[in-house]
Design a protein around this ligand. Sequence first.
Ligand SMILES: [Ca+2]
Length: 304
Amino acid sequence: MRKLSLCLLAMLFAVCVLNPLCAFENEKEHAEAVKKVNEIKDQKTRSEILDQIKLGNIDTIKKLEQVLSESKVEYGYYDSIDRGTRDQALKIQLGKLIRNHTSLGYSGARKVMYGILDNVNGKVEGIYSGTKFPYKRTVMLDGKAMPGVNTGAKIARGQKHFLNCEHVWPQSFFNKKEPMRSDIHHLMSADAVPNGIRGHFPFSVVKKAYWSENGSKHGIDKNGKQCFEPRDCRKGDIARAMFYFSVRYNKPIRNFEEESLRKWHKMDPPDDKEKKRNDGIEKVQKNRNPFIDHPEMVEKISDF
Ligand SMILES: [Ca+2]
């Protein structure tokens, strides 16, 4: 009997030491955790997560799922991309990865954008002017109405300034067609005035300004072309939205415009706010902007 107990103890010891997933108490959770950890294709991430389990920092499925969701970029979204690939081949691989997203439709996209993605404590900041518009949250992340809340979001509408939606890749270039029109990766919350001024002018550095507000400018560039320049802190956001659209829909960016966008991408790298927005968009649209996750990929593509 004593031998049997010792034997059982030894077995238990072996199982727990050799199998770090032992931290999960019940069998069902244990099996689920094994499955999830085995699905992690990136070896480094897999062993890091195993370490966290060994240390007892992850001991429930809920915690494991949270960690996996936070490290999704690392654990598999880009696995199909051959890291040595460049230029056209890379654009094709990325295009395949990010196409066929789930569209919320134009109304749903704007509600989620104003109500959640760009909403900080009930206010939404216009990308070009920095103006903050009050906007009452009435939807959930799937675009559906929040239970118990009256729909019909309140937008502060003054005489000229009100919150509306900027299409970074101008709508007139794709005849307002779907899914381009509702693709949140290139939609930005904006003040109607600078949004109207931008119209469909290309992005470039303004040498002589006709209009300016809070750093954003409209005027002519070094070649005498009419253009629009966003304020510094949003220059990179605009550039990466343009790169996304170009790859997602296989559309070229004009060379003079690309020259500025590339500089802006470097000047204003992705910050937490932009990364968090990318995560939020993935939750609703099921696709990501690769140039926010991997800014270095811009260098691997010599011509968008
Ligand atoms: Ca920025």
